[in-house]
Design a protein around this ligand. Structure first.
Ligand code: AMP
Length: 471
């Protein structure tokens, strides 16, 4: 629930609507939880691609005047919090360039595991980079391709990429979206009916973006698929032979909004089941079930329902902490988690509390929250975590720290319990997690952060680890 880890990105694309940039703006607004560092939109009126990107929240970045300067019936948008590349405007997306394939813009969610390698090769060939983001690599590959059409060049570029990517491209006359062969990050496709029987095609990381703009969710862009929307209508093609799926399970556990359908599954359904299974695996006698808001809410509801222990909002979250928060002087600075959470003493005092959260990463926040609940008068605090212990870093776009900092990579559950100062601690099992996301028979998810088994070959693991340490 804390922004210091906040990661990932959200992407949207619109094709065939007179107010494409406005729709992209609303879509990004719905995807704000996927990244709060920067936001950007590129639009095209069929002749020119224009782009605006700034640091900050979607509502702060775009004024009505700015949106008016993004005319056209096609647009792509991006909201970012970096996993690779540092925090500067140069890394804000979309990236827009003019090259031998025309004017193009790209926005990307995910992390390329061979991004640094490709960049080195490109630099040796003379490419000049303007950012430290791995997304720029894609534009260089497209520009260097000998294929004459943008689709051909893109296909060639995509085949050189490894790792996680859900991408949206904008050219003067078309929108092209693509997903990596394993489908690590989500990308949904939707439709809007316009007057005169026309339809508008929309794409977004999560379906909550469709709900806001009144679009109908159709299906997923398939892993290894490229979808083109342009003058010829809509075309879908598989650019690479089918490969095993590896959807990021953390999207279901934490990242996506519960009102979204992600990888074809309602997130809320997974979250509630996580809580139910957690209650079955780690029952305890208690008086109240309290979620750590917002990340633990859906799982706590499931836990409460399954166990019959009443659900109470015993911790209240302040939602209005922006990045611009100015910390007062040192003397009163050490608010810790109090800045975001405050206990409801009346609900906690003298009670045996089941505290439910989605995950423990370093353990430091969880310890503060357990302490806070204890100091508010709870008689016992039983911490329940709706996923297995996080033991390995993610290289596909979720910002987990190095193994050294991951508490579960270095300590037993009992040691973690003592560290967070809980009376008992229970994590959901891997089998429980698979059941909750509907993956018992399919094996379509990536669980690397809980197992250390990475679904793709990571030839440069050492380099990837080092990049993580440097951040
Ligand atoms: P800690 O106890 O310091 O490991 O922090 C645990 C808290 O961090 C939980 O409330 C999680 O919801 C939250 N958290 C875990 N992973 C992430 C992530 N990748 N991005 C943002 N928050 C996260």
């Amino acid at each position: 629930m804390f922004d210091r880890f906040r990661e990932e990105c959200g992407v949207v694309a619109v094709c065939g609507h007179p107010e494409a940039a406005n729709l992209a703006y609303l879509g990004l607004y719905a995807l704000q939880h996927r990244g709060q560092e920067s936001a950007g939109i590129a639009s095209s009126d069929g002749r020119e691609v224009r782009c605006t990107r700034e640091m900050g929240y979607v509502v702060d970045v775009f004024t009505p005047e700015q949106l008016a300067r993004l005319p056209g019936h096609m647009a792509i948008g991006h909201t970012r919090y970096s996993t690779a590349g540092s925090t500067v405007l140069a890394n804000a997306q979309p990236f827009a360039v003019v090259c031998n394939k025309g004017r193009i813009a790209v926005a990307h969610n995910g992390n390329l595991t061979n991004g640094a390698e490709l960049r080195r090769e490109l630099e040796q060939q003379g490419s000049i980079f303007q950012s430290s983001s791995d997304t720029e690599v894609i534009l260089h590959l497209v520009a260097l391709s000998r294929e004459r059409t943008l689709a051909g060049a893109l296909r060639e570029a995509l085949l050189q990429l490894e790792g996680a990517f859900s991408m949206v491209f904008l050219a003067e006359d078309r929108v092209i979206v693509a997903r990596d062969p394993h489908g690590f990050r989500p990308l949904a496709m939707g439709q809007m009916e316009l007057s005169g029987g026309r339809t508008c095609c929309v794409f977004a990381s999560e379906t909550c973006a469709f709900d806001l703009i009144g679009a109908l969710y159709m299906n997923e862009v398939e892993p290894g698929e490229m979808v083109m929307a342009g003058p010829e209508g809509l075309t879908r093609e598989r650019y690479v032979p089918e490969q095993p799926r590896a959807h990021c399970v953390f999207e279901q556990v934490y990242f996506s909004r519960p009102d979204s359908i992600v990888f074809g599954r309602p997130v809320e359904q997974s979250r509630e089941l996580l809580g139910r299974l957690l209650a079955r695996e780690h029952p305890v006698e208690a008086d109240v079930v309290v979620p750590v808001p917002d990340s633990g809410v859906a799982a706590a509801l499931g836990y409460a329902d399954e166990s019959g222990i009443p659900f109470r909002h015993g911790l209240i979250r302040n939602h209005y902490i922006g990045r611009t928060f100015i910390e007062p002087s040192q003397a009163i600075r050490d608010f810790g988690v109090r800045l975001k959470l405050n206990p409801v003493r009346r609900l906690l005092e003298g009670r045996r509390v089941v505290l439910v959260d989605d995950s423990i990463v370093r353990g430091t926040t969880s310890r503060k929250i357990v302490r806070m609940v204890g100091q508010a008068g709870a008689r016992e605090v039983h911490l329940r975590i709706a996923c297995p212990p996080t033991i390995s870093p993610c290289f596909y776009g979720v910002d987990t720290p190095t193994k050294r900092e991951l508490i579960a990579a270095n300590s037993s559950v009992e040691e973690i319990r003592r560290f967070v100062e809980a009376d008992t601690l229970g994590y959901l099992s891997l089998a429980g997690l698979r059941e909750a996301v509907g993956d018992v028979e399919r094996c379509a998810y990536c669980y690397a952060c809980y197992t250390g088994d990475y679904p793709t070959e990571l030839l440069n693991l050492e380099e990837l680890m080092q990049a993580r340490t440097r951040r």
